[in-house]
Design a protein around this ligand. Structure first.
Ligand code: ATP
Ligand code: MG
Ligand code: MG
Ligand code: MG
Length: 443
């Protein structure tokens, strides 16, 4: 009988099997009136299907029907797996399917916004083709993002989603493993002479997270006031009250430590009204936030293993002719410069800056930052006031430290940022299924 089979499962061992497959029509090529070749695609895997006139089995009409299908239509094909004399190199599957029946399940419009095969070409391929005198259509980012559902069908985008998922699948019981894997991937791919440095990080993270007692929590995404001083937030109308979208779960993860949960983490949406258009900021991203009680100053551990302190970084910048505030934070430009200097001096793209907080940078781009938090309510109030925050608005947060608050610390990482740097992509938008940026609210 006919068996439903996925495209990627079509291999030589299935020779002679009768299969049913579903896929998107990637290409159609008619040869005369008796034969049509279709390439079907599913999950990035492709297989060639041959519709050839055969007495009693395949009519000319069927060949005509197949040849007239619109690209990207969804079709079901009933056919027999065959092994061609020469394996097919233009598809992912080397076998062919001799079509017996073909059903169009969903017809695509004849004029697609762009051709997926054009969009699938890498910049390198386009360059090479141009050098060879060919004219290739390059598909711009805006048209791709405007028609993201089509764009996501390209192999590179499928891979990005896959990598992102691998990095982010968070289940309470394998959280440590996931983080371990994520950072192991980073460490291996960003290999540099002092590999041990990376593994200290992994060890530290695993130490943090795989140890018992990390609880996955979900904090409110609609909150009364901004989570950070001076930063821009998205305002929402909360049944008549002014509210805003949380731009960090940190206030609530910290409060939860005060509630006594000891170790918590959250993986969820973070919304920031980023007012400038950059290649590494989105207005909504997937944040991973970790907060834990600490019994000692955990920077001691970092200090022993660090290759670069903040002061050393400041010194390196100074020698390169860039003056920065030795007590303040670095701006994006000086972070980038430091990334370059570290690359030259240590052949490493990774930097950890110790401020009083820490920042993990890759080539000067921030991946993670965190630190020990203030748990003294009076000190906290003073600091909030100094940075221009209306303390009345965050009284529930500050009060949480008045009923016995354990010392604690934590960090936040951005999943899209991580994937962007890991895959060496030039733009964070490529790592989001439906990116939100200052100019983009659809799809
Ligand atoms: P940046 O310096 O890049 O603006 P930040 O210091 O404002 O980042 P944090 O508040 O420390 O960011 O957030 C923790 C992590 O979230 C960052 O290290 C980064 O990986 C990620 N992140 C921050 N803002 C964005 C954004 N707009 N889009 C995507 N990821 C972000
Ligand atoms: Mg920022
Ligand atoms: Mg920063
Ligand atoms: Mg930061």
């Amino acid at each position: 009988g006919w068996r439903w089979t996925e495209v990627e499962s079509l291999v030589e061992e299935l020779k002679g099997e009768e299969v049913l497959i579903r896929g998107w029509v990637q290409t159609i090529r008619a040869v005369g009136k008796n034969t049509a070749f279709l390439v079907l695609r599913s999950l990035g895997y492709t297989v060639q299907c041959v519709v050839a006139v055969a007495p009693e089995l395949v009519s000319r009409q069927m060949v005509k029907f197949a040849a007239g299908l619109n690209k990207e239509s969804v079709v079901d094909v009933q056919g027999v797996v065959t092994v061609p004399f020469l394996p097919i190199k233009s598809t992912t599957q080397e076998v062919e399917v001799q079509v017996r029946k073909i059903f169009c399940i969903s017809k695509a419009v004849p004029n697609l916004p762009f051709n997926i095969e054009d969009a699938a070409r890498s910049e390198k391929e386009i360059k090479e083709a141009k050098l060879a005198g060919e004219t290739l259509v390059s598909v711009g980012q805006d048209i791709r993002l405007n028609n993201r559902v089509l764009d996501l069908r390209t192999p590179a985008n499928l891979r990005i989603s896959d990598i992102k998922s691998q990095i982010s699948i968070v289940r309470d019981y394998d959280f440590g493993l996931t983080i371990h894997r994520a950072f192991a991937i980073i460490a291996i791919s960003w290999s540099f002479p002092t590999k041990a440095f990376h593994f200290d990080w992994i060890e530290m993270l695993v130490l943090f997270l795989s140890s018992e007692g990390f609880v996955m929590i979900h904090t409110p995404k609609i909150i009364a006031s901004s989570s950070e001083g001076g930063s821009t937030v998205f305002e929402v109308n909360y049944l008549g009250q002014r509210a805003c979208l949380a731009q960090s779960p940190q206030l609530h993860t910290q409060m939860t430590i005060c509630a006594g949960l000891r170790r918590v983490f959250e993986s969820g949406a973070v919304c920031r009204a980023e007012d400038s258009y950059t290649r590494r900021h989105l207005c909504q991203f997937a944040g991973l936030d970790v907060e834990m009680e600490i019994k000692e100053h955990y920077f001691e551990y970092l200090r022993k293993t660090l290759k670069l302190t903040f002061q050393e970084g400041v010194q390196m910048l100074k020698e390169a002719g860039i003056e920065v505030d030795p007590l303040g934070d670095l701006n994006t430009e000086s972070e980038r410069k430091l990334g370059q200097l570290v690359l030259e001096k240590f052949s490493s793209t990774i930097v950890v800056k110790l401020v009083p907080d820490f920042v993990l940078l890759d080539l000067g781009e921030e991946i993670i930052s965190g630190g020990q938090r203030i748990h003294d309510p009076d000190f906290l109030t003073a600091r909030a006031e100094a940075s221009g925050i209306d303390v009345k608005k965050i009284s529930a947060y500050i009060d949480a430290f008045r009923y016995g608050a354990p010392p604690h610390g934590g960090f936040g990482a951005g999943l899209e940022r991580l994937v962007m740097l890991f895959c060496a992509l030039n733009n964070i938008r490529k790592t989001s299924l439906y990116p939100r940026d200052p100019r983009r609210l659809v799809p």
